[in-house]
Design a protein around this ligand. Structure first.
Ligand code: GDP
Length: 290
């Protein structure tokens, strides 16, 4: 359990429990209030925060700390377990042949994430290829191509074709030597019907093993509608949170994880192709509470 990177006020509250072997109801109330404050300022959905605090409260009051366990460690363990329960382990991505489809709104970081993920798979000894089907955003083709060159991974796109479904189909054929196909799609500023129609058709054509929703860490409460719509249309298996190098803590993505009953696959931490990490709960939880 790695929660040594906690925010100062939560740490202060927990430190008041030092030396105590039992927790009073007031102690628990104070800790839960502090956790609520941290999570809400990290953009975690209010109802999720409430659910979580109820579970923490109930367990801290009802469960007996194992003999010899200080109250502080006992309550920290409960907080950690409840958060892991909510956030889950990282999305299972076996290192084998697969097709991954990326969905998300324009600017969320899809194209960047496609190249980053391809780079990540290449470091695992696989041969990835990025297929750029975004015919909507000017510059998407060049951006993806350049990033893939920097990542030294295969790339397919066709700036002379304005049919994303055809590009997806041709892309799979043209990059047949690759074993991981990452299909980037167009985003819009909002969830217009044509965006949903288009991605549904691409999904049917490429038949992905995983569809990942790419979300900007600053998404906040807007995550719910997006997650619901994309999940209904193509089924979401995991979430990629981008721009975690900024100030936003990415708590909005938890709403998407909860809504789609999925998990977090990757974290984006910068603009370069190497700025990507596989999600792991410990660091993310510390950050949410920090
Ligand atoms: P798309 O429209 O969803 O394909 O989004 P892009 O991949 O073009 O990303 C939009 C902007 O966000 C670009 O300027 C990217 O450089 C930037 N970006 C993407 N991911 C990250 C990240 O993890 N950190 C930072 N700082 N910027 C990012």
């Amino acid at each position: 359990m790695v929660l040594d990177d906690l925010g100062s006020s939560l740490r202060g509250t927990l430190d008041k429990l030092r030396g105590k072997s039992r927790l009073s109801e007031e102690d628990i109330e104070e800790i839960v209030k502090e956790i609520q404050r941290s999570l809400l300022s990290a953009d975690v959905d209010v109802s999720l925060v409430m659910e979580l605090s109820d579970n923490i409260k109930e367990r801290a009051l009802e469960e007996e700390p194992p003999a010899g366990t200080p109250a502080r460690d006992f309550v920290l363990r409960i907080v950690y377990e409840e958060l892991v329960d909510l956030i889950g382990e990282s999305t299972d991505l076996p290192l084998e042949e697969q097709t991954i489809l990326l969905a998300g709104l324009q600017g969320s970081g899809k194209t960047t994430s496609a190249a980053k993920m391809a780079w990540w798979f290449s470091t695992k000894g696989l041969r990835p290829a990025v297929i750029q089907t975004d015919t909507f955003r000017p510059g998407a083709y060049d951006q993806a191509k350049e990033m893939c060159e920097r990542a030294e991974v295969d790339f397919y796109g066709n700036p002379d074709n304005d049919d994303p479904v055809e590009i997806a189909r041709n892309g799979l054929e043209e990059t047949g030597e690759a074993d991981v196909h990452i299909v980037d799609t167009a985003g819009r500023h909002a969830l217009e019907d044509d965006l949903i129609d288009e991605i549904e058709q691409i999904e049917e054509t490429v038949d992905p093993d995983k569809s990942l929703l790419v979300l900007d860490a600053a998404i906040g409460q807007g995550a719910k509608d997006q997650a619901q719509q994309f999940d209904e249309s193509i089924g979401i298996d995991g979430v990629v949170i981008t721009k975690l190098d900024g100030t936003a803590k990415g708590g909005g993505a938890l709403t998407a994880v909860d809504q789609t009953d999925s998990s977090i696959a990757f974290l984006g931490t910068g603009e370069e192709v190497q700025d990507v990490e596989r999600f792991e709960p410990d660091g993310f939880i510390s950050r949410l509470l920090g």
